[in-house]
Design a protein around this ligand. Structure first.
Ligand code: PLP
Length: 402
């Protein structure tokens, strides 16, 4: 049976693991080294010749060019995404910025969706702009606006799926066709979906990125990013990483390997908690609107149902009473911790207007659609009954008619 014919969890547990591992250990060891040695000059020559011929080799020369613990984690992620290759980075942002720097040149044009992760927006508006790379923003789901934004210089469309904080889901196949017809590439940030819920490469994406800090790591204890795609793209990106240097630490790669083994189990629980909590919130008078792609009321419910195996653990909702109502709810919650991020076993809650989107002025925030009463709840894997009971008592503390 080939790796790809195996089920998701079998690939999550065994994919990428060398068998046998050194010392016949079950787990892949942390190879804590900065450099690798050679037996002789002839050995050095053979290594360099093999490298120049382009033959794939899993042998190290220096830590910035790779590490066995990193390679195992990369191969596991590639097996889960159904991709030829994956490349790990020190953070999700490092993966995004390295890809954009490597794939775009002065004079090129980039299209991104409007509610892109704010640091990616900042990168486009500052450093990319300074390099003569123009960025256009299109509303998520507006295919006509995307078509209108395409120019002869357009090289890349970059979108998240689902997006943050409104969990919008673009019609991947449709936008892939549009972009490819104009000779551009589709780059998808699939952090919120994970390969358990969606594999964008199967729907026409050319390159996928994850903040592995989130669901892939899954335990709120590491920072990492990963690019996934065909070797023809990942190979040159590996070269660029060798220059820019944003590599992952072997200890971090080990934590990621460990987290990935339970990805399916965790995602099943995140998906279940997301749907149950979203349905509960929709029935609550103190909640004005719920954004969750698994609900029929979500604008992209039909596309999401077609594309996604599950809808994930993030639920956004607007609380009655704006900033004060949302603050009353957040402060009354007892299970989640207040903080940014998502995808870990511990639930985290935040008000985007005060946390992720605080630096934007109110007009810009309103343009993206982030309201003062919005709460983003990144559900962990706790029991849904506890999460709901906690929300029930906290919602009772939202001032009436405020
Ligand atoms: C969708 C998305 N992409 C990328 C990033 C950046 O990832 P990292 O924090 O690992 O650099 C984040 C971080 O919150 C994110 O939510």
């Amino acid at each position: 049976m080939t790796q790809l014919q195996r089920g998701f969890s079998t690939r999550a547990v065994h994919g990428g693991e060398a068998r046998p591992n050194p010392y016949r250990a079950v787990t892949t060891p942390i190879v804590q080294t900065s450099t690798y040695t050679f037996e002789s000059t002839a050995d050095v020559r053979a290594f360099k010749e093999a490298q120049q011929s382009g033959a794939p080799q899993r042998r190290g020369e220096y830590g910035r060019y790779g590490n066995p613990t990193q390679w195992a984690a990369e191969d596991k992620i590639a097996a889960l995404e159904g991709a030829e290759e994956a490349l790990l980075f020190s953070s999700g942002m490092n993966a995004v910025t390295t890809a954009l720097l490597a794939l775009l040149s002065p004079g090129d044009h980039l299209i991104v969706t409007q509610d892109l992760y704010r640091k990616t927006r900042q990168f486009c508006n500052t450093l990319l702009q300074r390099m003569g790379i123009a960025t256009s923003y299109v509303p998520v789901g507006d295919v006509a606006a995307l078509e209108a934004a395409l120019r002869p210089q357009t090289r890349l469309l970059f979108t998240e799926l689902p997006t943050n904080p409104y969990l919008r889901v673009v019609d991947l196949g449709r936008i892939a066709d549009l972009v490819h017809a104009r000779g551009a590439r589709l780059f998808v940030d699939s952090t919120f979906a994970t390969p358990y819920n969606l594999r964008p490469l199967e729907h026409g994406a050319d390159l996928v990125v994850h903040s592995a800090t989130k669901y892939l790591g899954g335990h709120n204890d590491l920072l990492a990013g990963v690019l996934v795609g065909p070797s023809s793209l990942i190979g040159p990106l590996r070269e660029v990483q060798g220059m820019l240097g944003g590599v992952v630490d072997p200890g971090c790669a080990y934590l990621l390997l460990r987290g990935l083994k339970t990805l399916a189990l965790r995602m099943e629980r995140h998906n279940e908690n997301g749907l149950r909590v979203a349905r509960f919130l929709e029935s609550q008078p103190a909640v004005e609107r719920v954004w969750y792609p698994g609900l029929a009321s979500h604008p992209d419910h039909a596309i999401a149902t077609r594309l996604l195996r599950g809808f994930g653990g993030v639920v956004s909702f607007e609380v009655r009473g704006g900033m004060e109502g949302a603050a009353a709810l957040v402060d009354a919650l007892r299970v989640p911790l207040i903080g940014p991020s998502l995808g870990g076993v511990e639930s985290l809650v935040e008000q985007p207007a005060l946390m992720s989107h605080y630096e934007l002025d109110p007009v810009e925030r309103a343009a993206i659609g982030v309201t003062d009463g919005l709460v983003r709840y990144a559900l962990g894997i706790e029991d849904a009954d506890d999460l709901i009971a906690d929300l029930e008592q906290a919602l009772a503390q939202v001032p009436a008619g405020s």
